[in-house]
Design a protein around this ligand. Structure first.
Ligand code: FAD
Ligand code: SIN
Length: 520
């Protein structure tokens, strides 16, 4: 058994920010970060647009950013959380700068601020169109300088250790003692006992076949917390990004064309070349993400087309290339020259607004267990996240969790934790079953639980899911652990939560639209 003062599951912005802060404060205490792929692989690494922070004192204000966030969240944001997160933005930015992150500045040395959907002002701090890559780089560099942080790449957290694993413990008391972790290189499963555990395991994009997220985004954190009986909330609010690059050959992960490109002046056009967003919302392309995605979905259903277009041909191309070099190059690689060609785009699953319910201190409903970043549900986003509020939320909550740990020392009793028990399991030769179940799951989520839902489709998804769940659980019980099997099991849990919480919602809000909820 390995012991840690702090066990952190995930090495994106949420996990790394907390780890760096706590390790700096308590050099005598140890932090173990387990992360299931290379240490930098995360949704964070792919963030493009930037971090929404009020910096332009002349035109912008906290009040305006708060208002924009509340409007985007469609009445379901927690206002006290919104105010707290937004007001802390500038301080958290200062810290990122101290850790060595660089953000673009204009010719007068001021931050070059971008704009995205739902924002009334320019307030998105960015590093070209690879902001997340830069933040991840700086945080990892700082983490490596701290000797009391150990990062264990290719270590997959399987399950949280709670009272129900411990003989004699009260099964009704919800407390976390760490996690069982699978070393993907050696196949060993170790027990990591920790005084405090932080789930920072990111998003769920891969539950849908078509996503902007990398392949690691399989909802493991939400699923582990759910199995441990933590409260999970707002799962119906899956955010679809309006403009993922449409690639005729399909594919799992889809390259994002940042919303900042629309903030820069690009227009959306349908198959007829019409600038259709003007028919849906007076903010046109800069309406909030839920509205733009639902409008595109409507255009595609009307025309039968597979995609719409993003037209950049009227823009200042030199300036475009300076701000979006990565997007420009990716388009060229796909034989799209944005000077003359429209970019084919389609909505794709992008972000989970709900997740593990946490307090302002990042506490889950399980003692000694915290959650931060995309796997958590803080109440900031309500029914629809305002663009570029997610990195900000992770930074602010990592700080809150840190502050709480400074005041409150966590301990777990000296209990005997059993080793992982895989008696009676055998090495599976049936990987094809995992692949088939996965494809089936992703297809049903795309077809029945997408941007526009109906009760009929949701009930159909529920029935299909029950069968997949039964098959996967049976397979899991008889097989030795593999990453793909565990990810599939987690995605089935997450899909179940999305479908059930969708059925519970009787009113359309933000990113949730069910045709049966429309008042006749
Ligand atoms: P992640 O960065 O996803 O990190 C999760 C970590 O957990 C990873 O290291 C992963 O390997 C690890 N992990 C997962 N499961 C396990 C397990 N079982 N065991 C061990 N480790 C595990 N937001 C913005 O605010 N601004 C933007 O411009 C922006 N652009 C985006 C662009 C793209 C293409 C995408 C996909 C997202 C974007 N977002 C943006 C959203 C934002 O990037 C994420 O919400 C945020 O980075 C999440 O950070 P995180 O630390 O919670 O999770
Ligand atoms: C983007 O750059 O469009 C993504 C921004 C976000 O998801 O917040």
């Amino acid at each position: 058994m390995v012991t840690a003062n702090y066990l952190v599951i995930g090495s994106g912005v949420a996990g790394l920010t907390f780890s760096v802060k706590i390790a700096e404060k308590f050099p005598e205490r140890n932090v173990i970060i387990v992360t299931k792929a290379n240490e930098d692989e995360s949704n964070t690494k792919y963030a493009q647009g930037g971090v929404a922070i009020v910096l332009d004192k002349e035109n912008d204000s906290f009040k305006k950013h708060i208002k924009d966030t509340l409007i985007a969240g469609d009445g379901l944001c927690k206002e006290d959380v919104v105010k707290m997160v937004i007001k802390e933005g500038p301080e958290r930015l200062e810290e990122l700068l101290l850790w060595g992150a660089n953000f673009d500045v204009d010719s007068s040395g001021e931050f070059d601020l971008g704009k995205e959907g739902g924002h009334s002002e320019y307030r998105v701090v960015h590093h070209k169109d690879i902001t997340g890559y830069e933040i991840e780089r700086a945080l990892l560099m700082r983490a490596h300088q701290l000797p009391n942080i150990s990062i264990l790449p290719h270590h997959f957290a399987l399950d949280l250790i709670t009272n129900h694993h411990i003989e004699g413990a009260d099964p009704d008391e919800l407390k976390c003692y760490g996690a069982y972790v699978f070393n993907q290189k050696t196949g060993e499963i170790s027990t990591i006992k920790a005084n405090s555990t932080l789930l920072a395991a990111g998003g769920i994009g891969c539950v849908y076949g078509h996503t902007t997220n990398p392949v690691i985004a399989t909802g493991d954190g939400v699923a582990m917390a759910y199995r441990a009986k933590a409260r999970i909330k707002d799962m119906e609010f899956v955010q679809f990004h309006p403009t993922a690059l449409y690639e005729a050959k399909g594919g799992e992960s889809s390259f994002l064309i940042s919303e900042a490109v629309r903030g820069f002046g690009a227009h959306l056009r349908n198959a007829e070349g019409e600038r259709f967003m003007l028919n849906y919302d007076e903010r046109a392309e800069l309406a909030s993400r839920d509205i733009v995605s639902q409008s595109i979905d409507n255009e595609l259903k009307k025309s039968g087309a597979s995609h719409v277009f993003l037209d950049c041909t009227h823009l200042d191309i030199e300036a475009f290339i300076k701000h979006f070099p990565n997007i420009y190059q990716k388009c060229l690689d796909n034989h799209i020259d944005i000077k003359s060609d429209w970019i084919p785009v389609v909505p794709a699953s992008h972000y989970l607004c709900g997740g593990i319910k946490v307090s302002k201190k990042g506490k889950t409903t399980i003692d000694n267990l915290f959650a931060c970043g995309e796997c958590s549900r803080t109440g900031l986003h309500g029914a629809n996240r305002l663009a570029s509020n997610s990195l900000l939320e992770a930074l602010v909550y990592a700080h809150n969790i840190f502050k709480h740990h400074v005041k409150h020392e966590y301990e777990t009793a000296d209990v005997a934790i059993p080793d992982w028990n895989d008696e009676g399991t055998t090495i599976t030769k049936e990987h094809v079953l995992i692949q088939h179940n996965l494809k089936e799951l992703q297809a049903l989520m795309r077809d029945y639980v997408g941007i526009v839902r109906s009760n009929k489709r949701l009930y159909r998804a529920k029935r299909r899911l029950e069968l997949i769940h039964e098959e996967v659980e049976a397979f899991y019980k008889e097989s030795k652990i593999t990453t793909s099997l565990c990810e599939l099991r987690n995605m089935v849990n997450v899909a179940h939560l999305i479908v059930n919480q969708s059925l519970e919602r009787k009113e359309n809000k933000g990113g949730y639209f069910n045709v049966d909820n429309v008042k006749k």
